[in-house]
Design a protein around this ligand. Structure first.
Ligand code: ATP
Ligand code: MG
Length: 219
């Protein structure tokens, strides 16, 4: 469902993060990507999401080359088929929890009441029933992370990109969130790229890679 072909990316200043990187992800599979801080993991996810462009190479999503799509088509693809759990959760502070979760559907112009009901169900799925009217500042780090997961999965994306979804959490909370995460992913049959520093988190993946300056190494 996703194919990266000979991707090359350098950062301003000239350092090459990766060169001729290839990767294939099958539908319904979970892969983990580990690697040192600064090696380019988040950059790679941004390329897959079409939020950044490579120097050369191609990102093929279900056969469509992201590089040949115009901005509108790329935005539509992201909105309809991708979910993203960002490294810094990006929960919007002025929206309530349920409004945050409903956001992907609201952006797709889903009728308000339908979006609300779906968001409430999604909150229940991650064990946050009853917290919908709270504001993000009233939630703990682990609860916020579950809001981010509920939001990323509400529109049942085909591909979920998760950047350190259990970073900054104590091991117990992290384990609980991983359980929620993998259950949801498997129920929805989504494919996942999970970027993580944690061996425990990587264990939910079918395959684990290490991103190094020399390329992706299968562990
Ligand atoms: N817009 C930019 N301009 C210049 N350098 C950048 C830019 N974006 C990223 N970088 C650099 O690219 C490198 C890779 O960054 P990236 O965020 O992908 O690393 P990472 O592997 O996700 O690290 P971490 O594990 O700390 O999240 C870093 O050295 C970073 O400083
Ligand atoms: Mg990162």
């Amino acid at each position: 469902m996703l194919k990266l072909v000979a991707l090359t990316k350098s950062v301003p200043g000239g350092r090459t993060l990766f060169h001729d990187l290839d990767l294939t992800l099958e539908a319904g599979h979970v892969i983990a990507i580990m690697g040192e801080s600064g090696v380019g993991k988040s950059t790679l996810l941004n390329l897959v999401a079409g939020l950044d462009t490579a120097d050369s190479g191609a990102v093929l999503f279900e056969g469509a080359d992201l590089g040949t799509l115009d901005d509108d088509a790329r935005t539509a693809l992201r909105r309809d088929h991708l979910g993203f759990v960002f490294q810094a959760f990006l929960v919007l502070p002025h929206l309530t929890v349920v409004q945050n979760v409903a956001l992907p559907l609201v952006l797709k112009r889903t009728p308000g009441e339908v979006a609300l009901q779906a968001a409430l169900r999604s909150l229940e799925d991650v064990g946050l029933e009853g917290r919908g009217d709270d504001f993000p500042r009233q939630l703990s780090g682990g609860e916020l992370q579950r809001v981010a997961i509920a939001r990323a999965l509400i529109h049942r994306p085909k591909l979920l990109l998760a950047d350190e979804p259990t970073g900054n959490l104590d091991p117990e909370t992290a384990a609980r969130i991983l359980e929620v995460f993998s259950r949801q992913v498997r129920q929805q049959g989504a494919s996942v790229i999970l970027v993580t520093h944690s061996e425990v988190a990587a264990a939910i993946a079918e395959r684990t890679y290490r991103l190094t300056p020399g390329g992706l190494v299968c562990l």
